[in-house]
Design a protein around this ligand. Structure first.
Ligand SMILES: [Zn+2]
Length: 151
């Protein structure tokens, strides 16, 4: 399942990507451009824009402004049978929304501390080249998502 969040739902798009979902974030303000992108890439639109609520050319999920990001995630999880799991956390690049790939052992990149290089499996984004590892932020995010009943 693929998503596209409009400019008002950047926080939701970010958490979906953290949870391993393919969620594009659409900053363009044009409704038609958003719908066109959703159709071309077969994405479900998530929006707060009431004008898109009754669009019938693609699936649109319209949230009320006051709905928290946790409740939005729970709604998507329950209504689209999403499976969130700790193993899927941070498996996509937060900048590029593409799956990260294992960084093959070899020379330590100059900007990665030796302790990190020797302790963690490194991953990198095939688009932007950024390097990631499953450090403390993964455990903290996992605990926070569990506290909201999402994992
Ligand atoms: Zn990237």
């Amino acid at each position: 399942m693929k998503w596209i969040a409009d400019a008002m739902l950047g926080d939701l798009a970010r958490y979906l990507v953290i949870l391993g979902e393919d969620a594009a974030y659409w900053r363009d303000c044009s409704n038609q451009a958003l719908i066109d992108k959703a159709l071309i890439e077969n994405r479900i639109v998530i929006t707060r824009n009431r004008n898109l609520e009754h669009t019938d050319v693609c699936v649109v999920v319209c949230f009320k402004q006051e709905t928290s990001v946790w409740d939005k995630l729970e709604y998507l999880k329950n209504n689209f049978s999403l499976v969130f799991s700790p193993e899927k956390l941070f498996t996509r690049c937060l900048l590029c929304n593409v799956a990260v790939t294992p960084f093959l052992p070899g020379q330590r990149p100059y900007d990665i501390p030796e302790r990190i290089f020797n302790t963690f499996q490194l991953y990198n984004c095939p688009v932007c080249g950024k390097i990631f590892w499953r450090g403390g932020h993964v455990l903290r995010t996992e605990a926070m998502l569990k506290s909201h009943g999402l994992l």
